[in-house]
Ligand binder design. Sequence first.
Ligand SMILES: *[C@@H]1O[C@H](CO)[C@@H](O)[C@H](O)[C@H]1NC(C)=O
Ligand SMILES: *[C@@H]1O[C@H](CO)[C@@H](O)[C@H](O)[C@H]1NC(C)=O
Ligand SMILES: *[C@@H]1O[C@H](CO)[C@@H](O)[C@H](O)[C@H]1NC(C)=O
Ligand SMILES: *[C@@H]1O[C@H](CO)[C@@H](O)[C@H](O)[C@H]1NC(C)=O
Ligand SMILES: *[C@@H]1O[C@H](CO)[C@@H](O)[C@H](O)[C@H]1NC(C)=O
Length: 575
Amino acid sequence: MAALKFLAAFSFLLVLCNNGGVLGSHKVYTQYQNLQAVKVNQVHRTGFHFQPPKHWINDPNGPMYYNGIYHLFYQYNPKGAVWGNIVWAHSVSKDLINWEALDRAIYPSKWFDINGCWSGSATILPGNKPVILYTGIDPKQRQIQNYAVPKNLSDPYLREWVKPDDNPLVDPDKSVNASAFRDPTTAWWVDGHWRTLIGSRRKHRGIAYLYRSKDFKRWVKAKHPLHSAAKTGMWECPDFFPVSLSGQNGLDTSVVEENIKHVFKVSLDRTRYEYYTVGTYDLKKDRYIPDNTSVDGWAGLRFDYGNFYASKTFFDPSKNRRILWGWANESDSVKDDKEKGWAGIQAIPRKIWLDANGKQVLQWPVEELETLRGPKVQLGNQKLQKGEHIEVKGITAAQADVDVTFSFPSLDKAERFDPKWANIDALDVCAQKGSKVQGGLGPFGLLTLASEKLEEFTPVFFRIFKAQTKHVVLLCSDARSSSLGSGLYKPPFAGWVDVHLTKKKLSLRSLIDNSVVESFGAEGKTVILSRVYPTLAVFGKAHLFVFNNGSETIKVENLNAWSMKKPLMNAPIRI
Ligand SMILES: *[C@@H]1O[C@H](CO)[C@@H](O)[C@H](O)[C@H]1NC(C)=O
Ligand SMILES: *[C@@H]1O[C@H](CO)[C@@H](O)[C@H](O)[C@H]1NC(C)=O
Ligand SMILES: *[C@@H]1O[C@H](CO)[C@@H](O)[C@H](O)[C@H]1NC(C)=O
Ligand SMILES: *[C@@H]1O[C@H](CO)[C@@H](O)[C@H](O)[C@H]1NC(C)=O
Ligand SMILES: *[C@@H]1O[C@H](CO)[C@@H](O)[C@H](O)[C@H]1NC(C)=O
């Protein structure tokens, strides 16, 4: 559950109130919590990203595939556009793209969740029986772990969920901080026991506690956590899953065999970013050991270098793939959210698998997204000189899927890589080396959600540097010029791209959707989701360009861009 920050803000404001003076802020905040949106502002709503018709959403919960239907639950405030009153909203889909909304599935109703129903995961038990593990907040404000099961397994939509009276399954024992004990994972079965992880912290150490059970009812804490890391703070929403050493197929969470690796991910409350490592699951010790190529902590690898948090994967047996969901919050103000009547989206579901180099994962939008592609335009063999930008005309640039491959004749003009950059966040390099700073090999890429005269634009681009022994590639999604609006968070998000440049080519796919630019660099090596709020580049007034601002001439080898249609997005289900 990614709610801690809001609770923290809340108590902070309470303190201020007691000291007098800032009563206003507190009052305003609580008012927003229960302020039904009377009007929903359409300007920045997304066309094909997952959203309910109104109000606040955060973490994706319990995604699963069951009897031909995908289920997505998510943290939702039914009463307002800020965090509060959280329930598990429930949507179903046959293709991960068109969604129908059902009634809330889990909401506070019993003593063991009366103060909150926070995040959790689904596990399919033998006999094809789904069960949900989630964090409940009890009358003493303790975080405890509960389960819920479908009321009627014959209901194709699993509309109603029952929370049996033998809950909770897991109470925090004396050694566990009951205010930092949440977000159970999908359970896995090996050697006669189910296992699940619960995110926590001890002082500054982030911890994934391991619990085991023979019957899914009686859970016992293992002597050692599965994994922990110093100075990382609270670990929210842990995720732990096997990946195959070859090919793109996903594996069921319980698969433990030779020729696989494991991925371990946590959401760091302290940074509000996630990181993951690739490593080995040592079954004898029941511990996870990251490979020496994977850094533990927030200098580590990220699924996404932009707005992306509280993510969760699930195994889709119908297509033998593992799918990643993540929440993208807003980058505008709470007041803006109140006025819009909504806040938060889910990123496009992504297939996720291990890179052939064994050191990182790759991600790609699920193939079903392509069913939304409408009219297409193509561009090929187009040279771009330094300072040039060329419009990609003929599509709805505010709502598009763009896939482009750039090539360059040589690497000679790559700028020098400053060794100091090895120790700072890629975002800080993008801040120094944005699209407006002309370079050698790059910056080149796309100008998304651009106004005609470029008063507003979100550039997504590569820059190639020459380090001592190798070339280093940066991918930026820079929101700094994205909007003429005020009070917005406009970070120059960026990540490094671990790619060989032997073919002298780089590809980029961007999903552009009104207030989202979700970009996949180098076939899914580095992914960045940005939230942006243009004032001019909206609807039909948005433009798309390719550009180059480096002295080396760049060629657009091939560009395909499609207008994207709107799927069915959370209309109430027709029964
Ligand atoms: C369970 O769901 C099925 C299919 O919708 C329905 O026919 C049946 O009446 C339901 N059973 C109960 C006890 O509600
Ligand atoms: C327990 O967790 C809460 C919430 O993260 C934190 O404020 C508190 O300091 C923690 N207590 C201890 C003893 O670490
Ligand atoms: C990392 O681990 C591999 C084996 O998995 C080993 O061959 C290599 O020497 C290690 N590298 C370092 C720097 O420890
Ligand atoms: C969400 O948005 C704000 C900007 O308003 C950002 O600073 C924050 O860390 C974001 N992320 C999460 C996961 O809350
Ligand atoms: C390219 O560089 C020039 C010079 O700094 C700048 O004026 C222009 O805005 C840049 N183009 C883009 C797309 O950033």
